[in-house]
Design a protein around this ligand. Structure first.
Ligand code: NAD
Length: 383
């Protein structure tokens, strides 16, 4: 097959779907051809010369979409709400597109692909099983975002993170609370800890307690029954409004003691739960900082504005979007490796693509194929 990597066109997107090392590895292993759009990796720090040296053929966008059997994107038109239509018009019958497509929030994209007889493979749906861990872009990107959000917080804070004893007196260490201790939250704990702050963390999943301790943070214990909080694949289940209300009541005091609050709580396919209300913001010390990593999904803080930094009641609330793109070099390295591992599963000995629906990874990720939406879950979402 011919595999094509176009430059990302989603505004603010600086990552690239394969880095030169992935190109070299794939060409070595399979009987395939690899086309890369000129300057596709430039924003992430990978030059055309690097791709050429790795064995890719550099070309223009139109050629990629017309010649490639498989198009690899970070943001397919499914997740690129701004100008994804431009690419949608270029995708054609029989082609396969692999990338992020926000399938749970934008199921319509699956049916549009099906109508065009394009096969769509959504990376967000890679199952959380051991074999698929090396293909899991959500984990890769969450790790990077968890690191970066602490730096964003440190940058906005009016105090240092570490404790310092100086001739001008002692500076107390900052107190950081991380709400949602999944992949991003745990990396945030570790990063905040490395910067010298005192870190506490909270999650609804019981399993998170030990993970919080393992990165040197203190678990926040609330008198709340979270017995059934863990759903399939280690993801959290959506909690009822009563639970969230009680959680906020108990959290108000904890939050008011903090200098920095980082929120990362997500529920797949659902709007993010509100963990920090405006009243809780009011109870915080002036000059404290909230970084809301869930900003793109509505936010965990009631007053978060996606893509903006706002000050409310003296508290700075940062609502970053596409945080992994701010670390485009490493983000692309990880994304590309995840993609390479998935391609290794899909490409057969003859260099063709075979979709084996007996394989859980294929079954869970293919959202459109041969004019159909094969997954019941996607069809349910489509109604
Ligand atoms: P996520 O991004 O979907 O959510 C972030 C965190 O927010 C989760 O830990 C979740 O429990 C938490 N959360 C949700 N609602 C909350 C609430 N009301 N209050 C507090 N916290 C809330 O999750 P994630 O980070 O992608 O993954 C969660 C877990 O899944 C990981 O910690 C890991 O153990 C597991 N995981 C397994 C695999 C694998 O086996 N292949 C891969 C990745 C992650």
């Amino acid at each position: 097959v011919i595999i094509g990597v176009p430059r990302e066109i989603c505004p603010g997107e600086t990552r690239v779907a394969l880095v030169p090392a992935n190109v070299a590895a794939l060409l070595k292993k399979h009987k395939i051809e690899l086309l890369v759009e000129r300057e596709a990796g430039l924003a992430a720090g990978y030059t055309d010369a690097d791709y050429q040296e790795a064995g890719a053929t550099l070309t223009d966008r139109a050629t990629i979409f017309s010649k490639a059997d498989v198009v690899l994107q970070v943001q397919t038109p499914g997740s690129n709400r701004d100008n994804g239509d431009e690419d949608m018009a270029l995708l054609r019958d029989g082609q396969i597109v692999i990338g992020m497509m926000d399938p749970l929030a934008n199921p319509k994209f699956a049916s549009t692909l099906a109508e065009k007889k394009v096969t769509g493979i959504a990376l967000e749906l890679v199952p959380r099983i051991t074999r698929a861990q090396a293909m899991d872009v959500l984990s890769s990107m969450a790790m990077l975002a968890g690191y970066k959000c602490v730096l964003l917080a440190a940058n906005e804070a009016n105090r240092m993170f570490p404790m310092n004893m100086t001739a001008a007196g002692t500076l107390n260490a900052s107190r950081v609370l991380v709400m949602g201790a999944g992949v991003a939250g745990l990396q945030a704990c570790a990063t905040a800890k490395r910067l010298g702050s005192i870190v506490e963390a909270y999650d609804v999943r019981a399993a998170a307690r030990e993970q919080i301790l393992s990165v040197g943070a203190k678990p926040v214990e609330l008198d709340l029954d979270t017995g059934a909080a863990e759903g399939t694949g280690g993801y959290a289940k959506a909690q009822g409004e009563d639970f969230l209300k009680r959680q906020r009541e108990l959290m108000t005091e904890v939050v008011s003691r903090m200098d920095v609050v980082i929120t990362t709580a997500a529920v797949p396919g659902a709007k993010s739960p509100i963990l920090v209300t405006e009243d809780m913001v009011k109870a915080m010390k002036p000059g404290s900082v909230i970084v809301d990593l869930a900003a793109e999904r509505g936010g965990n803080c009631e007053v978060t504005e996606a893509g903006k930094t706002v000050v409310r009641h003296g508290v700075t609330i940062v609502g970053p979007v596409n945080v992994p793109s701010t670390l485009a070099f490493h983000a692309s390295q990880m994304f590309g490796k995840n993609m390479e591992n998935l391609l290794n599963l899909l490409i057969n000995k003859e260099g063709g693509i075979e979709l084996d629906f007996e394989d859980e990874i294929v079954r869970e990720t293919v959202v459109a194929d041969k004019g159909d939406v094969p997954q019941a879950r996607m069809r349910d979402l489509l109604g």
